[in-house]
Design a protein around this ligand. Sequence first.
Ligand SMILES: NC(=O)c1ccc[n+]([C@@H]2O[C@H](COP(=O)([O-])OP(=O)(O)OC[C@H]3O[C@@H](n4cnc5c(N)ncnc54)[C@H](O)[C@@H]3O)[C@@H](O)[C@H]2O)c1
Length: 365
Amino acid sequence: MHQKIKLGIIGFGGFGNFIYQSLSGSSLFEVTAIADIYVNENTIPGQISFVRNWKHLDIETELDAVLISTPPSSHSEIALHFLKRGKHIMVEKPIAISLDEAKAIKDAAIKYNCVVMVDFMQRFNPILETLQNLHSKNLFGNFERYFVENYAQDETLPAEHWFWDQSISGGILVEHAVHFIDIVHWFSNSPKVKKIDGYTDSRNAFQMDRMSLNVQYNNGLLATHVHSFSRPNVFERTNMRFVFSTAQFDLKGWIPEEGNFVALSNEELIYELSALPGFVITKQKRVQPKMIRGENYNYNKIIEGSFKAELSKSQLYSLALQKIFEDFYTKIIDRAHTNRVTINDALKAVEIAEIATQTASATLH
Ligand SMILES: NC(=O)c1ccc[n+]([C@@H]2O[C@H](COP(=O)([O-])OP(=O)(O)OC[C@H]3O[C@@H](n4cnc5c(N)ncnc54)[C@H](O)[C@@H]3O)[C@@H](O)[C@H]2O)c1
């Protein structure tokens, strides 16, 4: 029986607090200390040591690992400080606001032999997990096209929020789109990039509130990411589409909760698809197989249907966080373990987002 990992949280705002709640009752982690420069001290749970300056965090208490959940521009300085002191790190996305800073974290993780994971918790969403697993068994042919259209609310993002300051957040693509860029890389095994193009629209001189990017990969996959933080909560919607040679999946929710599909299928594939939560076939028809883009596939019917997770959005979110922390824990106690999210995944996502942001900004008047 291993001892619990003693975890310090740096940045106890909206998300640091949510992770703390998600880890409450964990048999793997014990939060022993929190550092936050501005937070109202009344929100800090009583039994936990609290400091304002994160440089004092592990002087106050013994720590094995830290979670960095401060705004993005501070991630690299904090990460380097704690890596030098031999602490393992879970860092909120983005790992840093530039590829150079991210590389410095990677180098320090190697030098000081510490585990670093970035919180790409989408890789632990049960719908995405199942789809990725089915695709990795090569059940749908090639992954040809991905798009995400993500309308997020701006009601909790007043003009003075750090989110709008590109020198702090890195901009929407670096701060937010990295989650979705990483989903594509996870599904497609990080293919080589052929071309990246970014676009932006600003509501005023300092709020770049709509951004998009296209990424074309060498294996033929074309990904389009559209992110908009520009309207009230009532309009919040996210749709993702995964197009494979023989199947298409449309997912709803930025934390995917449900969706529908159409697939060229056979009994074996139907059995595999039934691993999707709440899987239901609503239509099916026998068909003669035809070649698709010059390839033969083994199918005899076309099916349509839907799937839906049993859990609510916040339960799915918490569960994904618990699972990514479990993966982090496993690597800390067993260095032979391969994490589902590696530091190279974190670097790759930032690299694409950073390039796209530069090309987007280049088109600004
Ligand atoms: N993985 C996800 O799904 C997800 C979701 C939301 C936010 N995030 C990420 O989490 C991080 C924090 O976001 P948030 O929404 O919680 O922001 P927030 O503004 O609510 O919280 C940030 C906290 O950090 C504190 N802080 C700022 N600078 C600090 C410093 N130098 N030292 C100590 N404390 C400092 C602030 O006082 C604040 O309490 C960001 O990187 C964000 O991208 C990730």
